[in-house]
Each structure stands twice: as C-alpha cells, then as structure tokens.
Design a protein around this ligand. Structure first.
Ligand SMILES: *[C@@H]1O[C@H](CO)[C@@H](O)[C@H](O)[C@H]1NC(C)=O
Ligand SMILES: *[C@@H]1O[C@H](CO)[C@@H](O)[C@H](O)[C@H]1NC(C)=O
Ligand SMILES: *[C@@H]1O[C@H](CO)[C@@H](O)[C@H](O)[C@H]1NC(C)=O
Ligand SMILES: *[C@@H]1O[C@H](CO)[C@@H](O)[C@H](O)[C@H]1NC(C)=O
Ligand SMILES: *[C@@H]1O[C@H](CO)[C@@H](O)[C@H](O)[C@H]1NC(C)=O
Ligand SMILES: *[C@@H]1O[C@H](CO)[C@@H](O)[C@H](O)[C@H]1NC(C)=O
Ligand SMILES: *[C@@H]1O[C@H](CO)[C@@H](O)[C@H](O)[C@H]1NC(C)=O
Ligand SMILES: *[C@@H]1O[C@H](CO)[C@@H](O)[C@H](O)[C@H]1NC(C)=O
Length: 264
C-alpha cells in the first residue's frame, strides 16, 4: 500500500465520519428535540427531507408526537416519547446524513397475571423501547431462566428474544416471569413481571368427583350397616319367625282377597 492509497482511505474515513455523526440527541420525555442536517463540510440542510428507517417522517404516526422539517433543514420533534428513538436520515442537496436519538431501555408494561391449564401454551410477549436496541433477558422467580429445548424464544417487533413460549405448560412452569431489558449505553435496566398460574385440567371436575366418592362411601356404609342390622334383627326375631311369617302371609292373603273382592 503506497502513500496515495493511505491518503485516499483517510479521506474516505473523514467523509464517512462527516456523513455519519451529524447530530446525536438524548431522548427526553415530552420535550422538543431538534435534529440538525448541517454537516462539518459546511453544507446546510436546505431542502431537506427526513426519514426514519426508510419511512418518511411525514408518514410516522406516534401518539401525540409532531414532526416538522424547518426551513433550515432541521427536524423538530415535539412531545417526544420513547418510541421515536432510533436512527434518522436527512436527505438534502448536500447528501444523506444520519442523526440518532438515543434512549435507555424500557419494557412496556404487560398483563400482571395469567391463568393457564395444564397442557396450554404459554406465550409472553415483551414490548421493548429504546435505542441502541436493548437485549432481553428472561427470569423465572428472580433467577435467569435456564433455556432448554422446552422454551422457544422468538423475535417480536424487531427485538430478538422478546417473545417467550412454552408449547405445553406443566405445574412446574407456574411462577413469576420477568422480562428484563438493558442496553450497553446505559447502566440501568427496565423490567416487568407476570405471574403464571397453572391449574389442573380436571380441576373443575374435582368437586363433582368428591361428591361421587362421598355418595359411594355413604352407600357402602349404609349397605354394610343395614346388612349388620338385618342380621341382628334376624337373630332376635328367630324365635317368633315362623308365627310372624305366617301372620304376614295370612294378612297378605286377606289383603289380596280384599283387593280382589272390593265388594266384601
Ligand atoms: C449546525 O448548526 C448548528 C446551529 O447553527 C451549530 O450549532 C452546529 O455547530 C452546526 N454543526 C455543524 C457540524 O456545522
Ligand atoms: C445553504 O446553502 C446554500 C447552497 O450552498 C446557500 O445558497 C444557502 O444560502 C444556505 N442557507 C443557509 C440558511 O445558510
Ligand atoms: C431547493 O429546492 C428548490 C426547488 O426544488 C430549488 O429551486 C433550490 O435551488 C433548492 N435549494 C438548494 C439550496 O439547493
Ligand atoms: C434551524 O432553526 C431552528 C429554529 O429556528 C434552530 O433552533 C436551529 O439551530 C437551526 N439549525 C441550524 C442547523 O441552523
Ligand atoms: C440518499 O438516500 C437515498 C435513499 O436511501 C438514495 O436514493 C440516494 O442516492 C442517497 N443520496 C446520497 C447522496 O447518498
Ligand atoms: C407468541 O406471540 C407473539 C405475538 O403475538 C408471536 O409473534 C409469536 O410468534 C408467538 N410465539 C409462538 C411460539 O407462537
Ligand atoms: C437470545 O437468547 C439466547 C439464549 O439466552 C442468547 O444466546 C442470545 O444471544 C440472545 N439473543 C439476543 C440478540 O439477545
Ligand atoms: C452501575 O450502577 C451501579 C449501581 O447503580 C454501580 O454500582 C456501578 O458502579 C455502575 N456501573 C457503571 C459502569 O457505571
């Protein structure tokens, strides 16, 4: 590599630096942020148009946020919310430039509890805001989840590992789950928790089964005692057995007779 090549590489690097680091801004909630399009090369942002991830800011729709491109090419953002964090590109006659809005990680609050039945699918989706893209860690009962094959992590809304799923939950899966997000730029993390309860699939049947068992037990007890009782009364009545039966028989005959001859 000769001197000329080295100089060329240096010049390219300088150009790249000029094109990349124009204006970086820290996010401030509900404040007005300003991204400038003027470069170190002395160019200004006349006739600038602004883009976020290849979407024109005119088309962006964040709750309550107002984007306005000023006459000097600067992008003014009123009522900033964390959702707007990211990389913006200014396209102007002077060439494309980027500006970044940085924001610490924030987990958007989700449901605080969920009741599942044994065998159900669990799917917790964690919506995360912030730039640089935060990394997501999952905890169960305060301890980092040991991610074996039962767990399925997937990307959600551009964030890797933001969705945690278990195909078929068991009692052991019940507990407190935490989605924790943090980014290397900030020394703070954000987290939200959800309580997962797992019920027995047959749970609604247990009271019914209890009643059935009770009835069976009672029936057995009644049956046994009745038999015992019969045996006792049988022995007691043994002496008078014959006469009683005879009496009964004669009564029965008499009754039958009455029934057969209603006239008598
Ligand atoms: C861009 O313009 C602003 C406001 O006039 C100025 O403070 C800043 O230094 C300029 N940036 C560059 C890279 O020239
Ligand atoms: C921006 O630059 C253009 C061309 O270089 C120049 O005509 C114009 O006056 C400049 N505008 C401002 C506000 O400096
Ligand atoms: C801005 O755009 C207008 C119309 O497209 C053009 O006449 C003007 O020269 C542009 N300004 C600069 C600084 O290039
Ligand atoms: C553009 O105009 C706004 C509002 O007048 C001003 O605050 C900002 O510094 C200007 N930007 C540049 C690059 O001159
Ligand atoms: C600016 O970006 C647009 C779209 O990404 C591209 O078409 C255009 O060529 C770029 N211009 C420069 C000067 O890099
Ligand atoms: C969990 O839910 C999210 C969001 O609805 C979805 O993107 C993801 O694919 C689901 N995961 C599984 C394993 O079904
Ligand atoms: C997603 O989680 C897996 C398992 O913990 C980890 O190896 C991987 O680096 C994570 N990916 C990202 C982008 O955080
Ligand atoms: C991060 O914060 C903790 C406590 O808030 C502190 O002990 C630690 O020194 C900090 N680390 C850095 C790199 O700032």
């Amino acid at each position: 590599m000769d001197q000329k090549d080295k100089l060329q590489i240096c010049a390219q690097l300088l150009l790249l630096l000029a094109a990349v680091t124009i204006q970086d801004v820290e996010f401030m909630y509900k404040e007005t942020l300003l991204l400038n399009c003027n470069g170190t090369d002395g160019t200004n942002g006349t006739n600038a148009t602004w883009w976020k991830d290849s979407i024109s800011v005119i088309k962006l729709n964040y709750d309550g946020v107002e984007f306005e491109t000023l006459a000097n090419g600067s992008l003014q953002i009123k009522n900033a919310i964390r959702d707007i964090a990211g990389v913006y590109t200014c396209q102007c006659d002077c060439g494309n430039k980027t500006a970044t809005i940085y924001a610490a990680a924030k987990v958007v609050p989700f449901e605080t509890s969920m009741n599942l039945e044994q065998g159900d699918m669990l799917n917790i989706t964690c919506r995360v805001l912030g730039y640089p893209l935060p990394s997501i860690t999952w905890l169960k009962d305060g301890i980092e989840l040991h991610l074996d094959s039962r767990y399925q992590l997937s990307e959600f809304s551009g964030f890797p590992n933001a969705s945690l799923a278990i195909k078929s939950v068991d009692f052991g899966d019940a507990g407190v789950y935490t989605c924790q997000a943090s980014s290397s730029r900030y020394n703070i993390s954000s987290s939200e928790t959800i309580i997962i309860r797992v019920k027995d699939k047959l749970a609604p049947l247990w009271p019914l089964l209890g009643i059935v068992v009770e009835v069976v037990v009672l029936s057995v007890i009644i049956f046994v005692f009745e038999k015992k009782g019969n045996r006792i009364s049988n022995t007691e009545e043994d002496d008078s057995k014959e006469s009683t039966t005879k009496e009964k028989k004669s009564k029965g005959v008499r009754h039958r007779g009455n029934a057969n001859n209603p006239k008598s």
